[in-house]
Design a binder for this molecule. Structure first.
Ligand code: ADP
Length: 284
């Protein structure tokens, strides 16, 4: 029987802590969120991010661009925000409309305000292991492991998925924390042979039912990042077959209520960290 990791409760505690820390700063931490297009899921995410800012006592600015807005308009906004002393973090909600060049957008955000840590300079810092902020999902998972006293040092960590947003930086984080990391992806010939070795198994493939009970080692900690929406019921499920894996695992995250809320809380934590850096309250 696994211990269920309560991401929702953990995230609520982190938000409280952030609010307390923010309240004593010389000025409010500031986050700018930019949404281009009318995707309903993205609109919901952006609404929640602005709401979280209010709850944490942060200053926030939201920019809404139409789906056919030009790249120049977005670059213009980013350049203004880069120079705006009230803004510590800048986030462009992905995916962006196809007429815009994602790499160019990401590289225009000042690396010191890059709250998602997507800028190549920060990716380089992550490879080196000393980035001040990490992408929100890996950062949230790392906090979860710490909070539940799940050691990474000396453990075999298997990362299923190698996206730039989740899988790749998660593996780098585990490596920084002295884990032995195996990346799996669509080209991995025998996924099960890899996952069965994992002391810590993190799954971010977006592939419902991918991880069966037989693929997990007895006593493993299993972290399910995926949010697969059932088009009929509208309900979310992960990549892990929970009922099969839970009896074998030592720890497991539920979907929803596991990684999702932690990802959300880490955006606030990253904004706070950048604000403190900008105020000279943290060492670089
Ligand atoms: P996310 O943003 O959650 O990381 P992406 O869709 O960007 O999700 O990436 C999915 C990742 O999962 C890719 O690296 C892909 O290779 C991996 N993946 C998808 N399906 C499988 C599968 N059946 N087996 C192993 N890896 C998979």
């Amino acid at each position: 029987m696994a211990r269920i990791i309560d991401g929702k409760a953990l995230a609520a505690g982190i938000r409280e802590q952030i609010k307390t820390e923010a309240a004593v700063l010389p000025r409010q931490p500031g986050l700018a969120v930019i949404l281009a297009g009318e995707d309903p899921a993205s609109q919901l995410y952006v609404r929640n991010k602005v709401k979280d800012c209010e709850e944490c006592g942060f200053f926030s600015r939201r920019f809404d661009l139409s789906a056919d807005a030009s790249e120049e308009v977005l670059l213009g906004i980013l350049n203004k925000l880069n120079a705006d002393s009230r803004i510590d973090g800048i986030l462009v909600q992905l995916p962006i409309p196809k007429q815009m060049d994602e790499k160019r957008i990401i590289e225009t955000i000042s690396p010191e305000k890059d709250v998602d840590a997507f800028h190549p300079l920060n990716v380089g810092r992550m490879v080196r292991g000393d980035s001040p902020v990490w992408p929100c999902t890996p950062a949230g998972i790392s906090e979860m492991l710490k909070a539940y006293h799940i050691p990474v040092d000396g453990k075999i960590c298997v990362m299923v998925g190698r996206s730039n947003i989740v899988g790749k930086p998660m593996g780098l984080r585990l490596l920084r924390d002295h884990g032995t990391v195996i990346y799996c992806h669509r080209h991995t010939p025998d996924l099960q042979a890899m996952t069965r070795q994992a002391d810590i198994l993190i799954v971010a493939a977006g592939c419902k039912g991918l991880i069966r009970g037989s693929m997990v080692k007895e006593g493993a900690a299993v972290i399910d990042v995926a949010m697969n929406r059932d088009p009929e019921t509208g309900k979310f499920t992960g990549d892990v077959v929970f009922d099969e894996v839970e009896p074998k695992a030592s720890f497991i995250t539920p979907v929803p209520g596991g990684v999702g809320p932690m990802t959300r809380a880490m955006l606030m934590k990253n904004t706070l960290t950048l604000a403190k850096l900008h105020m000279g309250l943290l060492e670089k």
